[in-house]
Design a protein around this ligand. Sequence first.
Ligand code: C5P
Length: 245
Amino acid sequence: MNSSINITKGNLKPSERIFVALDTPDIDRALSLAQSLKGLVGGLKLGKEFFTSCGPEGAKRITALGMPIFLDLKYHDIPNTVAGAVRSALGLNPFMLNVHASGGRAMMEAAAKAADEAGPNRPLVIAVTVLTSMNKNDLAEVGINVEPIEHVMRLARLAKESGLDGVVCSAKEVVALRGNVGPDFKLVVPGIRPDWASKDDQKRVVTPSDAIDLGADYLVIGRPITASDNPGEAARRIAGELSDE
Ligand code: C5P
């Protein structure tokens, strides 16, 4: 089945599919970015840089602003430890959190089961497949001698079989993934760059509107918005490009 054209886009406006990566160690900067983005995007992504510096208390100050949170801590450990981490994360009431698919089936099953304990507030549990900063050579250096797409596909199928809700993937993988994992499996896409933004260290990038057209459910966008002199304006510009579809 290739459902890339007719995916379940739900009732979300395109701008509501954007999660802005607040990759900063500074709580005041994160709060000010979050405030300037409120109402312009779907949510905020808090990752390791923010969380290691600002901790759960910092995360609670961001969630208090009322925007959905993607807790991007990419758990990867033995199943019991990942289940415990997911349980701890539930206290932050995230909309979405993630684990590394390369942690394997038992680890992902444990993560999904722990998330179930949140009942109706269960976050989406998403797997990271292959980081978008890695190309074929980078994979080969860690002993994986296949095309990135082949490895992504294998890990995505395993994530689905393990009860997860979706994967983080490159936009260039979205069409192939849809054909393999069906219309309801969430595809969360970083490595997004508007034409007018720098690629920074990302190697496999697409524009926001191409990502949506391909069938991404959520777009993770960091520096094109957060490194802009006017983050709110950059978010508006991207949202405007998306609604011109
Ligand atoms: O600034 P930029 O738009 O490149 O930020 C992308 C964000 O998405 C970063 O927080 C990065 O950690 C995250 N990410 C990624 N590739 C993945 C998974 C997450 O770039 N495969």
